[in-house]
Design a protein around this ligand. Structure first.
Ligand code: NCD
Length: 529
């Protein structure tokens, strides 16, 4: 039978569908019970049990829980467990990540668990090593598990967090009301919640952090798009006055190592807003539980240690759950379990190919002449790109026209540019290029990506012979003159890994980097010239 989990990578939480995650939690519950009851037969049914099956840990950033729970989970499987000693590896001699991991893939390693500051690294490596495996006729394609990449995501922490919340909610997926407290700006564990919490039918999230540590706007947007109710509070003190307080609180530590000078100066003040105090206890709801991905700071813990022995302590069991969840994840990726899964799989998610240059009927003669003649002698033969950046300011339109002309390779041709306004008073840009008679398929794709919602008129003998409307392509990649603008992203040129950028269109007309998830406007993705 087909096993949808076998060989899959988990780079962001959305790599597993809601059905797949729900199945994952059910299996984790089964295994946890078996381990606590010492039921060897059930435990064995989850084990990979293959001394040649390589599981490789590569931690390029510090870790205790994630690394050790994965190591212990891997050992449970009676598999071959290795670790790359990053301080003494050739990465320090300037070797690319692709070369390093390709090599390790060749040594019978099937699952890589990778933590790094570089965002989108595991996604890139899963693509790169697949090709390597094919070229070298390896009998498998390695799978990658993201164990935390910069400020981006931490999908396995997300799974164990949700599993812990679910235990609290008796595995009921119908509703969750969750308070997220702390460094919501730098904390990747809370960023993974923007899509992670979709496993619940109804979600209310209270974000508690001062401005400097508030969750980045794009994650708040994703939460809202996902139908979550989102409330924002500057401090715990302020939150406790709001009336409707959550019973599940999730704390994160201020991530000092990721903060710039400006924020670090205010460290004490910021910490104050997100640290729980003794006098707050009576204001909590009956049955409240606190969670934390840990570590907490020994001198300045946001969950103070006097709470360890109280009923509020949910974080200890949460950390223990980490190992069970990671055992299940390895079991699934190895294809040991998962055959009885039914439901929608994320691998069925398909990007439909869509036409981005659509031919439309040329307008009648009067309109045509008005379109192309304002202030400029009508051209007899050539192209006219019209409706550029409609509604923007003339200054912005001019800037973008310059970019379009250079990106489409129209800089060296005769012709001109014009800013006009339509009957609705909105400004728009027009580019005229007599002599240029046609654009290639590649140029058309670039035109649609850089000048969406425009028209392209092909003028022959003074008439609009053909007219096209441009739509944002659903995917764009492999153009050398565009790049993700997040410097922490594996595909950003500053990282010199030679990764070609790749973007997917978002619902509201932006472009999301396929590696780090950063959303750009269609103007931003092109490199400055
Ligand atoms: C977190 C991480 O590394 O993102 N810890 C973890 O994995 N348990 C949170 C943190 O470092 O604060």
């Amino acid at each position: 039978m087909n096993n949808v989990f076998k060989g899959r990578s988990l780079c962001v939480i959305e790599d597993f569908s809601i059905d797949e995650r729900r199945y994952f939690f059910k299996k984790t519950q089964e295994l946890k019970r078996a381990i606590l009851e010492n039921n060897e037969a059930v435990m064995d049914s989850f084990r990979i049990n293959d001394p040649d099956f390589g599981i490789y840990e590569v931690f390029l950033e510090d870790s205790t829980r994630t690394k050790e729970s994965f190591r212990n989970a891997a050992k449970f499987h009676h598999a071959k467990v290795s670790e790359l000693l990053c301080d003494s590896s050739s990465i320090n001699k300037g070797e690319s990540y692709a070369d390093t991991f390709n090599m390790l893939s060749g040594y019978s390693n099937r699952i890589f668990i990778v933590r790094s500051k570089v965002e989108g690294l595991t996604k890139w490596l899963s693509e790169e090593t697949s090709e390597y495996a094919e070229r070298n006729h390896l009998p498998y394609k390695p799978a990658f598990i993201n164990a935390g990449d910069g400020k981006h995501e931490h999908p396995t922490q997300e799974l164990l967090d949700e599993f812990s919340f679910l235990e609290r909610l008796n595995m009921d997926f119908s509703e969750i009301h969750l308070a997220l407290v702390g460094d919501l700006y730098h904390g990747r564990t809370v960023h993974s919640k923007a899509n992670g919490l979709k496993i619940f039918d109804k979600v209310t999230v209270d974000l508690i952090a001062p401005d400097e540590l508030m969750m980045p706007e794009n994650y708040i947007e994703i939460m809202k798009e996902n139908g979550f109710k989102v409330n924002i509070y500057p401090s715990i003190e302020n939150y406790l006055d709001c009336g409707d307080i959550a019973k599940i609180w999730y704390f994160t530590r201020p991530q000092l190592e990721r903060m710039g000078e400006r924020i670090l100066k205010k460290e004490a003040e910021l910490r104050e807003a997100i640290t729980f105090k003794r006098e707050f206890i009576d204001r909590l709801k009956e049955g409240t539980k606190f969670y934390h991905p840990l570590p907490r700071h020994k001198e300045h813990p946001t969950i103070p240690t006097f709470l360890d022995k109280t009923e509020l302590n949910g974080w200890e069991e949460q950390a223990i759950n980490g190992m069970y969840c990671r055992m299940i994840l390895l079991s699934l990726i190895a294809g040991k379990i998962g055959e009885d899964f039914s439901g929608q799989s994320a691998i069925e998610k398909d990007y439909k190919s869509e036409e981005y240059i659509v031919e439309v009927q040329p307008e009648n003669k009067d309109n045509k002449e008005k379109n192309i003649s304002e202030g400029v002698r009508p051209i007899r033969n050539g192209i006219v790109i019209d409706h550029i950046c409609k509604g923007d300011s003339p200054e912005d339109i001019r800037k973008h026209i310059r970019l379009i002309s250079s990106v489409i390779g129209l800089d060296n041709a005769r012709g001109g540019e014009w800013i006009s306004h339509g009957s609705d008073g909105k400004f728009k840009g027009i580019i005229f290029r007599p002599d240029v008679m046609d654009l290639s398929r590649k140029e058309l794709k670039r035109l649609a990506a850089i000048a969406p919602h425009c028209t392209l008129n092909i003028i022959k003998d003074g008439k609009v012979a053909k007219k096209f409307r441009t739509h944002m392509p659903p995917r764009i990649y492999n153009f050398e003159d565009m790049s993700c603008k997040n410097e922490a992203c594996i595909s950003n040129p500053v990282n010199k890994e030679g990764v070609a950028s790749k973007f997917y269109r978002t619902n509201d007309g932006g472009y999301r980097c396929a590696y780090c998830g950063k959303v750009h406007s269609f103007k931003e993705i092109w490199n400055k010239r």
